[in-house]
Design a protein. Structure first.
Length: 289
């Protein structure tokens, strides 16, 4: 008797056969590593079970990484979302937007490291950008755009905007254009149509996009190392976890920092999702058809 027939005799249908492997995959890939890291964080080298967390929140060099990461992630996310909405609204009017979307996907395919290397070549003190500024007399000295806060900021915008834009475009194109056309027939101007029709329908999607983009920006690591100041203004929390794991060889402390990092992200995402009801209550969108 085959395995499928045996399972069918036990009352396991086709849906169960699909759900069970997916559940096992999620447990193996996400839940088990999280639980392992959580337990490991309470097993410090020295001290009681909360020693790692007490050390993190008692040393400014460690706990200030939270604020430094937020000072990078939040402005980047706000800028990416703010730019993606008008660009998506304009692109949806293009008959064949595939070429433009393909071009915008290039930074995602290149990856953070290659983008950082390109910025080092083009925006460094001897890069083409500064050479052009000096050649045309627009600046008397090279402008410092890397190895500081702005280097990390620009890198995250370059790599994060395409991701944010594509998500926003999917929500924008899902709104029934007949709703906006009805508003225009009633005499509403473009800004009024956007404020009263499109924006309320896009709020849930924009909020989800904001959360995903924030999580992506908050986990910044290569850009902070290659383009920032790892010991200064861009010492983000992921660098602190890396230092604990691979320089101090303290896996327990690294796990504690990772748990704190996850807790901050979850707290902000939950707060944003909870605030959605204060902004708009209604259907999640006005889909086509």
């Amino acid at each position: 008797m085959s395995l499928r027939a045996s399972l069918a005799r036990q009352g396991l249908d086709g849906v169960t056969l699909l759900v069970l492997p997916a559940a096992l995959f999620i447990v193996a890939l996400f839940i088990y590593p999280f639980l392992y890291g959580l337990v490991l964080s309470f097993e410090p080298k020295v001290g009681g079970w909360l020693a790692n967390y007490a050390k993190f929140f008692s040393e400014p060099f460690l706990y200030t990484t939270i604020s430094k990461t937020l000072l990078i992630a939040i402005p980047v996310t706000v800028l990416n979302v703010a730019l993606s909405v008008p660009v998506a609204l304009r692109v949806r009017l293009i008959a064949k937007p595939k070429l433009l979307t393909t071009i915008l996907v290039i930074p995602i395919t290149l990856g953070t490291v290659l983008v950082a290397e390109g910025m080092l070549n083009y925006m460094g003190p001897r890069g083409w950008f500064n050479r052009a500024l000096l050649e045309f007399g627009l600046s008397s000295s090279p402008i410092r755009l890397i190895h500081n806060y702005w280097g990390v900021f620009l890198s995250l915008v370059i790599t994060g905007f395409p991701f944010t834009f594509l998500l926003t475009l999917s929500y924008v194109t899902g709104v029934d254009p007949g709703l906006e056309q009805a508003g225009a027939m009633l005499g509403a101007r473009s800004w009024d149509r956007f404020r009263t029709i499109l924006l309320p329908l896009l709020v849930p999607g924009i909020l989800i996009t904001f959360c995903l983009s924030f999580v992506q920006a908050f986990s910044v690591f290569p850009s902070a190392l290659l383009l920032g100041e790892p010991a200064g203004s861009t010492r983000v929390i992921s660098i602190a976890a890396y230092t604990a794991a691979f320089e101090e060889y303290d896996a327990s402390m690294a796990s504690a920092i990772a748990m704190i990092m996850a807790a901050v992200q979850v707290a902000i995402v939950v707060a944003l999702l909870a605030a959605q009801s204060l902004v708009y209550r209604g259907p999640a969108g006005g889909g086509k058809g």
